[in-house]
Design a protein around this ligand. Sequence first.
Ligand code: ATP
Ligand code: ZN
Length: 226
Amino acid sequence: AAPARDRLRIAIQKSGRLAEPARALLSSCGMSWRESRDRLFCYGETLPVDLLLVRDDDIPGLIADGVCDLGIVGRNVLLEQDGDRRGNGRVPSFREWRALGFGGCRLALAVPESCDWRSPSQLAGRRIATSYPALLSQWLEREGIAAEVVVLLGSVEIAPRLGQADAVCDLVSSGATLTANQLKPVETLLESEAVLAGPVAPFDDVRGELADLLLRRLDGALRIRH
Ligand code: ATP
Ligand code: ZN
C-alpha cells in the first residue's frame, strides 16, 4: 500500500482553458499557494493542499497512479480515458466527484454542411476522425453502426477537407471552428464541463478529512456561483 500522506495533492491544468478558472475556484475555497520556481508545484500556505500543474491529459493517470489525490479536468478527458482503460480490461480507478460549472462544451458529431443528415445509420462504412476514439466507439456501438474511427491528436476539423474522413467527432462550444471548416454538428455524444475527479475508493488517512473539508467549501462556493 502507498504510504499515508498528510497533505492533499490536486492536479490542475498548467495552461489552457481550465487553468485559470480552476485556480480561481480553489482560491475561492480559502486557499493560497507559494509557487515553485519551475512552475510545476504550488505549495499550500493556508491549508495542507498542494497543486501540481500539468497537461490536462495526464490528470486521470496521475490520480490512477496515486501520484495526485484529486484533479480538475474536462469530463470529456476523464470519460475518454476511463473508456480506454475499460477497453483494455483495467478496473476504473478514478471517477467524477463534482461538476464545477465552467469549461462547458459538448462532444459532437459533425458532417459537411452539404450533407443531407437524417440518421446516424448514414455513417455505416464511413470514416470518422476524432481525438476521442473510446467515446466515439461506445456511441457507435450503442447505435449499432460499424464505421472506421480515424484517430487524430489535433486539427480534427480539417480531416474532411483533406479527404481523410467523412465526418468528425470533436469538442464544440460556439461552433465557430466547425463553421470555418464547412461542417455542421448533427449529434451530441456528451455534454461536458470541468469536473473534480478523484479516486473510486475513499482515502483511508488524514487526506480523507482534508478532502471532506475541501468538498464542503467547494459546494459552498458552487452554490454562491449558481
Ligand atoms: P493541454 O496543454 O493541457 O493538453 P489542451 O489543449 O488539451 O491542453 P484546452 O484546449 O485548454 O486543452 O481544453 C481543455 C478543456 O477545456 C477540454 O478538454 C474541454 O473539457 C474544455 N473545453 C471547453 N470548450 C472547449 C472548446 N471549444 N474546445 C476544446 N475544449 C474545450
Ligand atoms: Zn490536453
